[in-house]
Design a protein around this ligand. Structure first.
Ligand SMILES: NC(=O)c1ccc[n+]([C@@H]2O[C@H](COP(=O)([O-])OP(=O)(O)OC[C@H]3O[C@@H](n4cnc5c(N)ncnc54)[C@H](O)[C@@H]3O)[C@@H](O)[C@H]2O)c1
Length: 245
């Protein structure tokens, strides 16, 4: 028996990057997966579908309540249940180096809108579906940036971590846990060229390598599997020991 056999999993921001790898791994672990993204979801959905169970792509803008509710309706119609939500959709490209003094309004607004409001909207739409089955696992996605960046990126990821605690408190009695992962620089191909100081940041890690999508997925899988049954409201830092001195 595969560890997520029969489960239905939504991963937002899964058209590319880390999310695209997560849906493939969930599919390999037996889950039915929903690739949810504002971009074209079909290539990622086809890739995950080749791993086994049912896999669909749903185009969604996580910042838009109506769009997120439509996604939940489609999942109900297609699968009749929802077990896992990974709120991975997030903005960091172009944000990581921006400061506060000259932060363009558009950058500030989009960071809060996608990283914080988007995470909230998906939670709000997922809980009623999960509640119907009396089981749910929500994993939000923060970043190592929450620890050391007082900019739009770091602040929004801080908000995701605090919001995770509030969410967990509200749904614990419904069979739903809510946790958060805070990755360090991962999947270097993507990070390289986007973060000028990526190499020196990695040099500051305790474990001196970049993270992989597999490193992150194993933590997600733990939180969503039976090992995570009594873990809620927590942020797991998966960053090679960045920032521990
Ligand atoms: N890559 C890293 O090193 C790293 C480190 C720490 C945290 N993270 C976090 O992990 C997550 C994934 O990172 P990534 O590197 O794969 O990013 P990415 O930019 O490659 O992918 C993000 C995905 O989110 C989607 N998205 C953006 N806005 C959306 C919206 N409004 N609605 C729906 N989808 C939307 C994008 O289309 C994209 O497919 C992000 O939350 C990021 O902050 C990444």
């Amino acid at each position: 028996m595969k560890r997520f056999e029969g489960r239905v999993v939504i991963v937002t921001g899964a058209a590319r990057g880390l999310g695209r790898d997560y849906v493939r791994y969930f599919a390999q672990d037996g889950a039915n997966v929903v690739v949810a993204d504002v971009r074209d979801t079909q290539p990622a959905a086809a890739e995950a579908a080749s791993e086994g169970p049912r896999c669909i792509g749903i185009e969604v803008d996580v910042t838009d309540r109506g769009s997120v509710e439509t996604m939940a309706d489609k999942v109900r119609a297609e699968f009749g249940r929802l077990d896992v939500l990974v709120s991975n959709a997030g903005l960091w490209r172009g944000l990581a180096e921006s400061g506060l003094l000259d932060c363009p309004d558009e950058l500030w607004d989009s960071a809060w809108s996608v990283n914080v409001t988007g995470t909230l909207r998906c939670f709000q739409a997922a809980v009623p579906l999960m509640q119907e089955g009396g089981f749910g696992r929500v994993v939000n996605v923060s970043s190592v940036a929450s620890r050391r960046s007082g900019n739009a990126h770091g602040l929004t990821k801080n908000a995701v971590e605090r919001m995770t605690e509030g969410m967990a408190r509200e749904v614990g009695d419904r069979g739903i846990t809510v946790n958060c992962i805070a990755p360090g620089i991962s999947a270097f191909e993507a990070a390289q060229g986007q973060i000028a100081a990526a190499e020196s940041i990695v040099a500051g890690n305790t474990i001196k390598r970049v993270g992989t999508s597999r490193d992150l997925y194993e933590a997600i899988a733990y939180l969503c599997g039976t090992g995570g049954d009594w873990i809620t409201g927590q942020t797991v830092r998966i960053d090679g020991g960045a920032g521990i001195g």
